[in-house]
Design a protein around this ligand. Structure first.
Ligand code: EPZ
Length: 435
C-alpha cells in the first residue's frame, strides 16, 4: 500500500502554476453530452475523478480522450442511459450526468453516487427541480431511475439551499428544455459560473450567473466549444495552508484572487502576508506562528469556503491561541481532527465544528485520510511537525490533486511516495543478509 512520508521542518520557497479546477472540470465533462459537436477542454488536471468521468462518458457512448492537459469529447453515434456502478460509486459527480442523459435518451439509471463522506449528501434538490421540469424519479433496487419521455420543460424553481451541484444540474436541464426557466437562491461559486460560460459558448442562453437568480431560455441544440478551465482555488488554499505550516514564501501563477475572496481574509487574519505581484499572480509569505482566529464559520461563496476549512484547521495547529471552525455546509467535515491529534497536535471535532488549541510544536505520526480535503490537510500538518509523518489514504487525495507530493517537493518539502510492499521486501532482504 502506498503512503506519503513527510519529514517536517523544511521551509517552502518557489513558484507554482495553479492547475485547472476539478470542480469546474467534472460538471463541464458531463455537460459535453449536451453538445452536438466536439468539445475541447484545456488546463485539465490529471485526477482519478477525471478517469472515472471518462469511464462514464465512454460507457454512455461518448468519445472521450485525455492528452497532455486537454480532453477531447466527441458526440456518440448510439447512446446508453446506464451509468456504470464502479465509476458512479467512485465520485459524487456522477449525479451531473442525470440532466444530460435525460435530454439525450429520456432515461437515466444512476447507481448511488460515491464521493467523500462529508455527510448525508442527499440529492433531493436536484430531483425536486428535475421533477418540476417534467422528469419522474423512482428507486428500482439501489438504482435511481429517472425518465422524461416527453422531454423537459422550463420552470420557475427556488432552491431551498444554494447547492452547487443542484444549481449545475438544473442549469444543464434548462438549457435544452422547452421554454423559459428561472431559478432562485442558486449557488454563485466560480465553478458554477465557469459551467455557465462554457454552456453559453456552446450556444446556450443563460443570464444571471454569479447572482442569486439564473434566467435560462431553452434552445433547440448546442454546438461544441473550446474551453479553458478556471484555476483551482482549493489548490491555492492548500498552498497557502502549506506555507503557514512549513513557513517560507510561495508565488502562485494563474490565480484569480476574486475566486479566493473569503479564504484570503482568513489567511491574512492569521498573519500571512499575501500580495498581488502582477495580474494573475499572488505571493504568500509566512515566517512566524499563525495568530488564532477565535470563532469562524464557513458558508456558500463568497464566504470562507467549506473545502478550505480542514486546510485552515491544519494551518492553525501551531497558532498562538484557540480557534473554533464551524462548517455550516457539511455535517462531517472534520474527521481529520482525530488524525491531527495522532500527530501530537491539539484538535477536537465537536459536531460540525473543530476546536483547535495551538501548540508551538508537535511530533508528527502515522495518520489516515478519510476524505479529499482532510487528506490534504494532514499533508500540510505534517509539514509543520517536528518529526516524520506517514500519511495513508492517498486514494482520497489523488481524487483532487494531480501530484501533491511533486507540487510540495518542488517547493522544498521533504516528502516522498513510499510503499509498504517495497518496505517489506527490503526488510526481508536485510533479514536474509543477516542470516
Ligand atoms: C460541490 O459539492 C463540490 N464538489 C464540493 O467539493 C464542495 O465542497 C461543495 O460543492 C460546496 O461548495 C463538486 O463540485 C464536484 P452542495 P456538492 O450540493 O455539489 C446539501 C471537493 O472537495 N444538499 O453545494 O455535493 C448537501 O448535503 C468537494 O472538491 C442537499 O441537502 O455540494 C450539503 O450539506 C467536496 N440536497 C450542502 O447542501 C441536495 O440536493 C452543500 O452541498 C444537494 C445538496
Amino acid at each position: 500500500m502506498e503512503y506519503l512520508r513527510i519529514q517536517g521542518g523544511h521551509r517552502l520557497k518557489g513558484t507554482v502554476t495553479l492547475p485547472g479546477a476539478k470542480n469546474s472540470l467534472l460538471p463541464i465533462l458531463a455537460a459535453g453530452i449536451l453538445c452536438n459537436k466536439p468539445v475541447t477542454i484545456h488546463n485539465v488536471p490529471t485526477l482519478t475523478d477525471l478517469d472515472a468521468s471518462l469511464q462514464i462518458l465512454r460507457a454512455v457512448g461518448w468519445g472521450a480522450e485525455y492528452m497532455d492537459g486537454t480532453v477531447q469529447l466527441f458526440p456518440a453515434m448510439h447512446m446508453h442511459s446506464t451509468i456504470p456502478e464502479k465509476a458512479a460509486g467512485a465520485m459524487r459527480s456522477s449525479v451531473f450526468y442525470m440532466a444530460p442523459l435525460l435530454h439525450r435518451t429520456g432515461k437515466v439509471e444512476l447507481p448511488s453516487p460515491g464521493g467523500c463522506r462529508l455527510g448525508q449528501r442527499p440529492i433531493d434538490i436536484h430531483l425536486e427541480g428535475l421533477v418540476k421540469m417534467g422528469a419522474c424519479a423512482k428507486m428500482e433496487g439501489d438504482i435511481l431511475v429517472l425518465r422524461a419521455e416527453n422531454g423537459l420543460k422550463g420552470t420557475n424553481f427556488r432552491l431551498r439551499y444554494p447547492s452547487v451541484g443542484a444549481t449545475e444540474t438544473l442549469m444543464m436541464a434548462a438549457v435544452l428544455a422547452k421554454g423559459e426557466s428561472k431559478f432562485f437562491n442558486v449557488a454563485k461559486e466560480p465553478e458554477v459560473v465557469d459551467l455557465a460560460n462554457f454552456l453559453n459558448t456552446c450556444g446556450a442562453k443563460i443570464q444571471g450567473m454569479g447572482t442569486d437568480c439564473l434566467e435560462i431560455t431553452g434552445v433547440e441544440r448546442l454546438e461544441g466549444a473550446v474551453h479553458t478551465l478556471i484555476p483551482d482555488r482549493i489548490v491555492a488554499a492548500t498552498l497557502l495552508a502549506a506555507v503557514v505550516c512549513a513557513g517560507g514564501e510561495v508565488c502562485m501563477n494563474n490565480v484569480c484572487p476574486v475566486h479566493l475572496a473569503g479564504v484570503l481574509d482568513i489567511f491574512r487574519r492569521m498573519g500571512v502576508k499575501i500580495w498581488q505581484t502582477e495580474p494573475g499572480q499572488l505571493k504568500a509569505q509566512m515566517y512566524r506562528r499563525p495568530l488564532p482566529l477565535g470563532a469562524v464559520k464557513t458558508g456558500p461563496f463568497p464566504k470562507f469556503c467549506t473545502d478550505a476549512a480542514p486546510l485552515v484547521a491544519a494551518a492553525l495547529l501551531t497558532s498562538t491561541g484557540r480557534t473554533t471552525i464551524e462548517d455550516t455546509v457539511f455535517e462531517n467535515r472534520f474527521d481529520c481532527a482525530m488524525e491531527f491529534s495522532k500527530m501530537g497536535a491539539c484538535a477536537l471535532k465537536q459536531g460540525r465544528s473543530v476546536r483547535i488549541w495551538g501548540k508551538e510544536d508537535y511530533a508528527g505520526g502515522k495518520v489516515h485520510a478519510a476524505d479529499l480535503r482532510g487528506g490534504a490537510a494532514l499533508v500540510c500538518a505534517a509539514l509543520a511537525a517536528k518529526g516524520e509523518s506517514k500519511i495513508f489514504g492517498l486514494e482520497y487525495i489523488n481524487r483532487g490533486y494531480s501530484d501533491l507530493q511533486r507540487l510540495l517537493s518542488d517547493l522544498g518539502a521533504d516528502i516522498s511516495l513510499q510503499s509498504t510492499e517495497v518496505e517489506k521486501i527490503s526488510l526481508y532482504q536485510k533479514i536474509a543478509k543477516a542470516e
